[in-house]
Design a protein around this ligand. Sequence first.
Ligand code: FAD
Length: 396
Amino acid sequence: MQRRDFLKLLSTIALCSPLASASKKNNKKITVVGAGIVGICIAHELSRLGQNVTIIDKSIPGSGTSGKSFNWVNATYPKKPYSYNYLSQLGLGAFNDLYKYIDFPSKWNGSLEWFVDTKKHKKLLDNVNQLLKYPSYSKHEIIDNLKASSFEPNIDFNKNNNIVYSIEDGAIDALKTIENLVARTSFNGGKVINNCTYQNSIYRNGKLSSINTSLGEIETNLIIFATGVDTNSLINKKVLREPTAGIIIKTKPYMNIINKIIVGPGIHIHQQSDGRLIIGEQDGAPENHKLRLEGYPSKFPSSMLANQHVNKILEQAKSFIKNMDEIEVESVDIGWRPLPLDGLPIIGYINSNQDSYLASMHSGISLGPIVGKIVAQEITENINNNLLKNFRPCRF
Ligand SMILES: Cc1cc2nc3c(=O)[nH]c(=O)nc-3n(C[C@H](O)[C@H](O)[C@H](O)COP(=O)(O)OP(=O)(O)OC[C@H]3O[C@@H](n4cnc5c(N)ncnc54)[C@H](O)[C@@H]3O)c2cc1C
């Protein structure tokens, strides 16, 4: 091979390398605190752009809410106003982009949603109609019972002829996605440190120089909090309200009985491509369980209590889904939703020094990849992306 050709090849390889954008690198040492879906998406994008990034977690990646989520990716009607809905629409697209860098288990068959209660169902249809007035929206159709049954022969749609079909929705396996993003971030040169709890930030001469953690000091010029329900206490400001709990049941792999994401009476359910059914309860824990749920436990205090909940949820599922008799439950978890005070994502710098950044949101599974991209771009190019202008922390 001629030297000239070799150099050409070398430059092509450099362009294809995950570190190809290293020229944009600023000299900041960036630490992301929290390796849930939001934190790892940000760290992955930063590592892809050649930034000096470390991500720490007080436990292991995915051990917070992201590992106990229903994992539905959508841009449907509860995402309002339009700025939030539009970000969610971009969120759907960002998953396509993510396949360029990692493989992750996912299914993009859409969702079907209906209520038995006529008042609730009317409200659902009103909300969908409102969505159709936006300048853009993810594809929806109202379909009848016959069409819905042709998609889902195991489901009794209760003769409902106005079922909301959100065509572009999907579901991912969040834990596997996080696992693969961790591997990719390390491959790109990012550091991933488990069992490392952020304690406080250290300033020297008015500048952030490092953070104290349970494993010692980490040199840091920019800290990004992606700490889910722990955010208020860490940033010393109330931006989230009390989290609400949701129960998620995962079954052992089972024959294929469900094709889409089903949001039906009392429960929501989908089936992963590995055959596991993921089932969530529509209603949260009753108010009188407040004491039991103090400290946000992720497991039930006894298997008896867990079984009571599982039986109730499964009974509800079997009331409108056929062929579920042989399923075996693999795990039961309690997940805690990070809930911004006004329901909208909170993304941006939290101090005038611009050395502390926050990313916290309710629909983190749907938004993780798009938020990762935008945040990494803002930091790398030192710009304010207008897409986030309604979501800045300074609104509180
Ligand atoms: C039952 C349920 C169902 C849901 N269903 C959906 C859904 O279908 N679709 C959807 O889009 N969203 C859904 N959500 C919401 C979604 O799961 C969350 O928005 C998302 O997981 C939040 O991700 P995160 O990375 O912000 O937080 P987390 O996943 O909680 O990650 C935060 C991480 O920070 C770490 N951490 C905290 N404090 C420290 C510290 N001091 N030092 C170091 N590390 C620290 C924690 O260990 C944790 O790993 C659901 C939530 C629940 C509870």
